[in-house]
Structure formats: structure tokens, C-alpha cells
Ligand binder design. Structure first.
Ligand SMILES: Cc1ncc(COP(=O)(O)O)c(C=O)c1O
Length: 395
């Protein structure tokens, strides 16, 4: 179906941070399947582990115990604030699970008949009906009304507005089941959370027994330069969702909860494919490689270099570039009004052998595989600069 405006570019193979098209041209991939190919393309460890898994077992139902799933859940809970994990297949599906969990918390723990979930303006939580209803961007709602009820929106990082919305929603008693929020807004423009704002949200949630749920689908699993985005903010959520980078390009999503938010009982939520042996083997390989290669520290170090390179670009091209924002290996270059748009730059960069992705109309997003090396990052910045100069001269 015509759901994507696609580039006329057929990518047929890849190695590390490089991909090749069907004409044999090479591209430096700073998209990574949109923040997904954690270990880059055709990673040796993934190839070996998945070939072995294919020779053993691909799929069995969750009616039975799945050792790979238990091992992955144990790794996640050993390395996070989480104590229980539900596995599914995507970010939207993980958020669907979180939304159901939030509503259950509202009914069961707060006695709310029609629970409300507070989410941020400019957020992105996925495209299924509940996830898109939770998304604070009207452009994604248009044409799909009626939306799922029970979501109210506040401006991201705005403490006074958040407090006002909470007060208003709870004016006549408990109404709010949860706050669902990204630690850094990815699709909404690479906008990092403000620790002071998040600390206050945490405090207010604690006061009222409201669940605080983080959507870590884009920044989780090392991309922020910490294993989890919440570590960047110094705030512990009651639950968080994962997908994208967890499987390194293989299909998996997860809802991770603390004991307090472990509310589902058998039969209340499910997924046929969720957490099958193949998907869990992929994710286990990703997280073991993260550890073995010390990739989180690597992301922090090369992320700082990328940041520096982009800041230098801003200084050299102040008429086109306004600023840089982000964490680790998710960095957004904010364009000046009147500069070429992010989609124009992204399209032009393809001709210079560089793959990038916009985050809204005026932010160009750099989300390369976490294994990218400093000299490759340097090349990415250089190729972007060449693109910018050419496009500006042409325009
Ligand atoms: C923060 C966030 N949540 C959820 C999603 C949806 O994930 P998926 O496309 O796997 O459903 C995305 C995808 O971009 C995302 O960035």
C-alpha cells in the first residue's frame, strides 16, 4: 500500500554502518532502520546466533515456557528498574500493552471508572489506534476519528502546564491512571527531556498513585549513551516500553514493569509472536554484544564527537543551521527558517552517499548504528556539509 513516500532507492546489502543499493553504490547509514540496527548491518555475532537458532527452533506458543524469553527477561530486569516483562512485536504494540496496563491500574488501584492517560504534545507513540490516539500530534489523527478516548495532552517539559492539566483533570476526584511520556521526543524533533520537569512529574505521580510510564522505544537499549533513557533524567519510571534497537533489526517489542505495575493476569493480554525463541535470540545477542563490546560507553564517547562535529557545522553555517540537540547517538540538527527543509536535505544527501532521516520539517536526525566509528561519523558530518553547501547554492 501507498503508506510511505519512498525514495527510489533499493538497498540490497549492508555491512556495519554501510549499505549498498542495487546499482552497487555505497551509503553511510545514519538512519539504521530508524534507530533500530543497533549492531549495524550483517553483524557477525547476530548472523551466527540466528543461524544456530534457525537450526534449533524458531517459534513456539507462549502456552509453553520459552527459555530464550526467560533469559532475555532476566537480562532486562537485572539491568534496569524492571521486574517483569511482557514481549510483543513493535513499539506501537508495546505502548498498547502499556495503555491497557495503565487503564487497569486506574480501575483497580485508583477506583476510576473512565481513566485518563496524560501524554505530551509533539509525542509519538505509534500508529495503532490507541497508540496514535496517545500521540500528541493532530496530523496523525486526521482522517481516523473517532480516536480512542481518554488521552489529554500537555506541552513537553512545561511543569506549570502539566500541573494545571493534572489539577483540572482531577478537579472532581481521581481521573488520571498514568502519564505516558518519551524521555526524549524522537519523531517530535529530537527534543530531550528536562530533568527538573521529569522530577516534578515523578513527584506528582507518587503523590496520587499515578503510573509513570516511559516510552523508550527510540532511545532505549544504549542509544542515549546510557542503557536506558530514564538514566539520563535521573528519574525512575514505574514501567517502560522498548522495541526498535532491542532486536537490532529483528522484530521485538517489550513492556517492562516494576512489581508495583505488574498487574496483568493470565488471559488479560497476549501476543502470538511476542517473545518467540528467534526474536529473543536476536535481542539476547544484541544485549550481550552491547556488554561484550562496551557499546554504551562507546555511544557516550562517539556521541560527544558527533555532537561536537555538528556544533562546529552550526558555527560554520549560522544562516542555515540553528542548533544541535540530543543524547548520545540520537542527535538532531535544527534548521533555520528559510534554510532548505529537513526532507529536502535528506533527499539531497542520498546523492552524496549519506542516509539521514528528518524529525519533523526542520530537524535532520542522525541515528546511526551504535557501532559507528569516529572516522565514519566525521565522514557523515562532512557529507552533510557538502550536501548543505550544494543545496543552498542551488536554491
Ligand atoms: C518513541 C516511539 N514510540 C513508538 C514508536 C512506534 O514504534 P513501531 O513503529 O515499532 O510501532 C516509535 C517509532 O518511531 C517511537 O519513536
Amino acid at each position: 500500500m501507498d503508506t510511505y513516500s519512498r525514495f527510489d532507492l533499493e538497498l540490497v546489502k549492508g555491512k556495519g554502518v554501510w549499505v549498498k543499493d542495487s546499482h552497487g553504490r555505497s551509503y553511510l547509514d545514519c538512519v539504521a532502520g530508524i534507530a533500530t540496527c543497533t549492531l549495524g548491518h550483517s553483524d557477525r555475532a547476530l548472523r551466527k546466533a540466528l543461524s544456530r537458532q534457525l537450526g534449533r527452533l524458531q517459534h513456539v506458543s507462549n502456552l509453553y515456557r520459552i527459555p530464550e524469553q526467560e533469559e532475555l527477561a532476566r537480562w532486562i530486569t537485572d539491568h534496569s528498574i524492571g521486574e517483569r516483562v511482557f514481549f510483543c512485536n513493535s513499539g506501537a504494540e508495546a505502548n498498547e500493552a502499556a495503555i491497557k496496563l495503565a487503564r487497569k491500574h486506574g480501575h483497580q488501584q485508583r477506583g476510576i471508572e473512565r481513566p485518563v492517560i496524560l501524554t505530551a504534545q509533539a509525542s509519538f507513540h505509534g500508529r495503532t489506534l490507541a497508540a496514535v490516539s496517545a500521540t500528541g500530534q493532530p496530523k496523525y489523527h486526521h482522517g481516523f476519528e473517532p480516536l480512542v478516548e481518554g488521552f489529554r495532552f500537555f506541552p513537553y517539559n512545561d511543569t506549570a502546564a502539566f500541573e494545571a492539566l493534572l489539577e483540572e483533570t482531577e478537579a472532581e476526584g481521581p481521573r488520571v491512571a498514568a502519564v505516558l511520556i518519551e524521555p526524549l521526543q524522537g519523531e517530535g524533533g529530537v527534543n530531550p527531556g528536562d530533568p527538573a520537569f521529569f522530577a516534578r512529574v515523578r513527584e506528582l505521580c507518587d503523590q496520587r498513585n499515578i503510573l509513570l510510564i516511559f516510552d523508550e522505544v527510540q532511545v532505549g537499549v544504549g542509544r542515549s549513551g546510557k542503557l536506558w533513557g530514564y538514566e539520563r533524567l535521573g528519574v525512575r519510571p514505574d514501567a517502560f516500553t522498548l522495541a526498535k534497537g532491542l532486536g537490532g533489526g529483528f522484530v521485538i517489542g517489550a513492556l517492562v514493569t516494576t512489581a508495583k505495575a505488574d498487574l496483568f493476569k493470565p488471559g488479560e493480554h497476549a501476543s502470538t509472536f511476542g517473545g518467540n525463541p528467534f526474536a529473543c535470540r536476536a535481542a539476547l545477542t544484541v544485549v550481550h554484544e552491547l556488554e561484550r563490546r562496551d557499546l554504551v560507553a562507546h555511544v557516550a564517547a562517539v556521541g560527544a564527537k558527533l555532537r561536537q562535529g555538528l556544533e562546529d557545522l552550526v558555527r560554520r553555517h549560522p544562516d542555515q543551521l540553528e542548533s544541535v540537540r540530543g543524547w548520545g547517538l540520537i542527535q538532531g540538527l535544527v534548521l533555520q527558517p528559510g534554510a532548505p527543509s529537513a526532507p529536502e536535505l535528506v533527499k539531497a544527501a542520498i546523492d552524496h552517499g549519506l542516509l539521514l532521516v528528518p524529525a519533523g520539517p526542520n530537524v535532520v536526525r542522525f541515528v546511526p548504528p551504535l557501532v559507528i566509528r569516529p572516522r565514519e561519523l566525521k565522514q557523515a558530518v562532512k557529507r552533510f556539509e557538502t550536501t548543505l553547501i550544494q543545496l543552498t547554492a542551488a536554491g
